[in-house]
Design a protein around this ligand. Sequence first.
Ligand SMILES: Nc1ncnc2c1ncn2[C@@H]1O[C@H](COP(=O)(O)OP(=O)(O)OP(=O)(O)O)[C@@H](O)[C@H]1O
Ligand SMILES: O=C(O)C1=C[C@@H](O)[C@@H](O)[C@H](O)C1
Ligand SMILES: [Mg+2]
Length: 181
Amino acid sequence: MKRSIVLIGMMGAGKSAVGAELSRRLGVPHLDTDAEIARAAAATIPEIFARDGEDFFRARETEVLGRVLRGPPAVVSTGGGAWMRPANRALVAGAGVSVWLDCPLALLWHRVRHKPTRPLLQTPDPLGTLTRMLAERAPSYALAELTIEVREGDSIETTAGRVLDALRAHDAANSLSAQEK
Ligand SMILES: Nc1ncnc2c1ncn2[C@@H]1O[C@H](COP(=O)(O)OP(=O)(O)OP(=O)(O)O)[C@@H](O)[C@H]1O
Ligand SMILES: O=C(O)C1=C[C@@H](O)[C@@H](O)[C@H](O)C1
Ligand SMILES: [Mg+2]
């Protein structure tokens, strides 16, 4: 593997879960930017948001992303907002292939509704917040090199397999176009 695989998408799309499975299958390290930030701060993501604010979190996120992408090729699970910063997209473009786990709203909601671990959803109307967030972010997520539609009923293993199939097809297409040049 020459480049890192960078999973992007909404909270609940499965970036962490599918990233762990991909890393097992490929035998490369798995790095999760949220987990790296929490580890460095010795605090949970909600604690960091509450104590230091979102801007602080976003600055750490860019640092961590840069650090993990400078390392050996790995599977990198990003936080849901990481892709929104053009600087982060540039970091990813330089070191990895971006894969959007495109998950329908209903499935996202089903997965995140009972979890208090997403500070941005601690609003009076979390479904409305999630709906708005997806609508605002989808055009940026669509800039990823690859898009995988996450389907209801697909296991983590099935989704990871679909990511690998798409990566192989993408690699084959890229080496064909490289030969043609
Ligand atoms: N294909 C799947 N089938 C069943 N459950 C899944 C699947 N993918 C993810 N999950 C579950 O959905 C929840 C959210 O997944 P995960 O934490 O991987 O999302 P995420 O994209 O990393 O979100 P965040 O941006 O908040 O870190 C977890 O409980 C995970 O186990
Ligand atoms: O979508 C987002 O902006 C976030 C997603 C999570 O992965 C965390 O990075 C944090 O809760 C913010
Ligand atoms: Mg995650």
